[in-house]
Write a protein that binds this ligand. Sequence first.
Ligand SMILES: Nc1ncnc2c1ncn2[C@@H]1O[C@H](COP(=O)(O)OP(=O)(O)OP(=O)(O)O)[C@@H](O)[C@H]1O
Ligand SMILES: [Mg+2]
Length: 360
Amino acid sequence: MSTISKLNIDSLRNILQASLQLSPGINLLHGENGSGKTTVLESIQLLASGQSFRTSKLDSLINDDRTTAVVFAEVASDHKIGLSRTRRQGHQLHLDGEKQRNWDNVARQLPVQVLDTSSFLLLEGGPKMRRRFLDWGVFHVEPLFVENWRKTRKCLANRNLLLKQSTTDRDQLRAWDSELCLAAKAVDCARALYFERFVPIFNRVYESLAKSEVGPLSLTYSRGWDAEKELSDVLLENRHTDIKYGATQNGPHRADVIVKSGIRLAMETLSRGQQKILVSTLKIAQGMLLTEALERHCIYLVDDLPAELDRRNREKVLKELIALKGQLFVTCVEREALQIPCQVRPEMAVFHVERGTITA
Ligand SMILES: Nc1ncnc2c1ncn2[C@@H]1O[C@H](COP(=O)(O)OP(=O)(O)OP(=O)(O)O)[C@@H](O)[C@H]1O
Ligand SMILES: [Mg+2]
């Protein structure tokens, strides 16, 4: 089970100290603007991935009057995860008392998806956002993916260094090209396999949640280089351009998921609300696939669901999320704004957040 049973937060933004006994079902956090609701969700994502969905400047998360922020969680599978972040000295991550070099083990224990007011960026943002979305799933479902992706990035970094030199060493370039092609092929295969499993699940959720709102939609995986050619040939053909730009123009680092509504890109035609429904559908489908593949439930952090969604769509999205049977964290200013559909009655804990103090 990927469920957090206990969450301690220390010195994160305006939350100086909090200890929450959580429900494996819904955890509803309500309170006024600026009270600290989103900070609670942020603490979970920070612990699960080392990132925040709000900022890349992680030091800004540490309370202004403190030097270290700490987040600790007990996971229902009996694991204990602790993260401390100190200004300038970065972070220390522990899983069951053992120091972690990276987030691989912890992220597998805590598969977390975020739905918030900037979720539309998945469609409106650049391919990086959609690659990250896709790779979240591939990471969890294809165990060898992460190693191959790291190899790919290392090859690309070295290749790009060579490309930037005034006279490119062709022998070295050839050597990095062949390593890159091996790793890139493995990355592309893992992504393509995952995508193949993902699409039918997405279509199913889309049918019930979004089709009536959004209309016909198609998803296509684009691997980052000509679908008809070997990467080695493409690298060779584009060597001059790569040298000109000092960067590799083709490869799995350019992969994308193309989301089209009819004949146009979804982001060009859909309203913000429609985009939110669509992004919710994509993320719900990922959670379903995770459960199907690993018998594991994803934890959903849902920040300010009422924003951009009318009451009917809000209820539809919430109902789908609850049906996943994973752990849900939901924030809202006024508790009444989120009515849990009465057909489903999951376990629920309600927390009131007021100026950084959280009460059950
Ligand atoms: N580094 C920091 N140190 C102290 N306080 C901070 C720091 N960073 C942010 N804050 C404050 O902490 C609070 C964070 O609130 P948060 O965004 O979690 O509120 P919220 O309850 O989600 O509000 P809203 O309903 O407006 O979304 C804000 O009042 C903010 O001013
Ligand atoms: Mg908020």
